[in-house]
Design a protein around this ligand. Structure first.
Ligand code: HEC
Length: 178
């Protein structure tokens, strides 16, 4: 049997179309199968993820709250040197890059009138509790996304506990410890 050039070309095109269509179908089947196996896999991940969360619960990150009893104001004063470039702590102290911190515990968030707070902190609302201050000092940007306090945070819970105590004592009426 002899085919002309055009017959061969037409045949080749048909073959090509069939291969494309066929592989598309096979591809669909494969993708479908993939989706199924992916779902099964995801469930496994969720389960082991839950396990990881559970083990994280067994070893919770240290909270400054638990360390307040063993913290000292002396240590707090030393740690506060990291803050003093931007904040005054003494009574009647001026606002610097950050607002003055005399009496900040129990004060409204963003509560110094005349200080140009970020919109984020101004809008947050509430009063400075020990828990919130702990969270803020650990990571200002996590506690108040958009804050203009460009301080990375105090990673050590013992440092935060000491500063919390120090902030509390620099106050007209130190609020009760939690
Ligand atoms: C680089 C300068 C800088 C450093 C360092 C810094 N702060 Fe701030 N802080 C700011 C600024 C600016 C704001 C205002 C944030 C805003 O408006 O979002 C602020 C806000 C605060 C507030 C909220 C006050 C209020 O009136 O609501 C507290 C509390 C605070 N800082 C404590 C600290 C402590 C404690 C440290 C040290 C561990 C520290 N800051 C280090 C600049 C700084």
């Amino acid at each position: 049997m002899h085919f002309s050039f055009w017959e061969k070309t037409g045949f080749a095109l048909l073959m090509a179309a069939w291969v494309v269509w066929g592989s598309n179908q096979i591809g669909n089947m494969l993708v479908h199968a993939d989706e199924l196996s992916e779902d099964a896999y995801k469930i496994e991940v969720a389960e082991s993820g839950g396990g990881a969360a559970a083990s994280a619960e067994q070893a919770p990150e240290e909270s400054a709250m638990d360390l307040l009893a063993s913290a000292t104001t002396d240590r707090g004063e030393k740690v506060f040197k990291k803050c003093a470039g931007c904040h005054t702590i003494e009574k009647g102290g001026a606002d610097k890059v950050g607002p003055h911190l005399w009496g900040v515990m129990g004060r409204a968030l963003g509560g110094v009138s005349g200080f140009a707070y970020s919109d984020a902190l101004a809008a947050k609302g509430g009063e400075w509790t020990f828990e919130d201050m702990d969270a803020f000092l650990k990571s200002p940007r996590d506690f108040v996304p958009g804050t203009k306090m460009t301080f990375a945070g105090l990673k050590k819970a013992s440092d935060r506990a000491a500063v919390l105590l120090y902030l509390r004592e620099n106050h007209d009426n130190p609020p009760p410890l939690p």
